[in-house]
Design a protein. Structure first.
Length: 263
């Protein structure tokens, strides 16, 4: 049941949203305390040499899991390569030596490390967010022309979000749906529950270039401590970052295949 205070959320918006920006890639550098580093991988540019390197650095369970994929095998392998190669930069460990544990909610983490991360892939893109902040989540979604946007929103979004979605059509409806979807996914990845906790328990107001959230009381999260950012990677891919921090965090983007340390 939706918390009572969510029923008095935002008025339906009548103004268009400010168009999202595409990321500006920077030169790789050490992580600052006020940053989230977002590493981007275009899987279409992943070469035979990269796949061979991925097979080398993955552990036996990852290699075994890769062989079970009927679809998405290449994306899984490329994502594991991204995860291990990038985290090796921050930890000083070799990529193949990195070990992962999982929280009681199933969220992966690095034992005895102050580095936190979130991984997402969709279509031919993979993203990895890295920060000193514990609660971060990143999501990327490729637009699907066959997805039943209104049906999904009616079942899983907050009623006011669904009501506004119904006032839109065409590209505007797609834009609103995917902005909400990626924001929600990023938030639930950050807190470690996954979307099974209930997508309707966080509702967003998208006003101009601002993102405001209302969070259900049962999630035990102070909305004033959360920050949200969004981008597009081309017209058909939406990305979002959620982070819990009282001080402003700066997202910085890097193209993993352009960094000299990577083949």
């Amino acid at each position: 049941m939706i918390a009572a205070h969510l029923l008095s959320l935002f008025n339906v918006m009548s103004t268009p949203f400010t168009p999202l920006h595409t990321p500006r890639f920077e030169t790789a550098r050490p992580l600052r305390a006020d940053e989230v580093h977002i590493w981007c991988l275009d899987i279409n540019q992943f070469t035979t040499a990269h796949f061979a390197d991925a097979a080398r650095v993955m552990n036996p369970s990852e290699r075994e899991r890769a062989q079970k994929f009927v679809r998405g095998k290449e994306s899984y392998i490329a994502s594991r390569w991204l995860l291990r190669k990038v985290l090796a930069r921050y930890t000083g460990a070799t990529p193949e030596a990195i070990e992962f544990l999982r929280s009681d909610k199933g969220k992966p983490y690095l034992p005895q490390r102050d580095i936190h991360f979130s991984l997402s892939h969709s279509g031919h893109w993979a993203l990895l967010a890295v920060s000193n902040i514990e609660l971060i989540g990143v999501d990327i979604e490729a637009v699907s022309s066959t997805r039943d946007l209104t049906g999904i929103a009616e079942s899983y979004y907050h009623p006011r979000e669904f009501a506004h979605l119904q006032t839109l059509a065409g590209d505007a409806q797609h834009d609103y749906f995917y902005r909400l979807w990626t924001l929600k996914e990023a938030f639930f990845k950050a807190i470690g529950t996954g979307i099974s906790a209930g997508l309707e328990k966080i509702a967003f107001e998208l006003a101009n270039d601002r993102i405001h959230a209302q969070i259900a009381a049962e999630l035990n999260q102070d909305r004033d401590e959360w920050q949200f950012h969004q981008w597009t990677l081309g017209a058909q891919n939406y990305a979002a970052l959620a982070s819990k921090c009282q001080q402003p965090l700066t997202p910085s983007w890097f193209d993993v295949l352009s960094v000299p340390a990577f083949p």
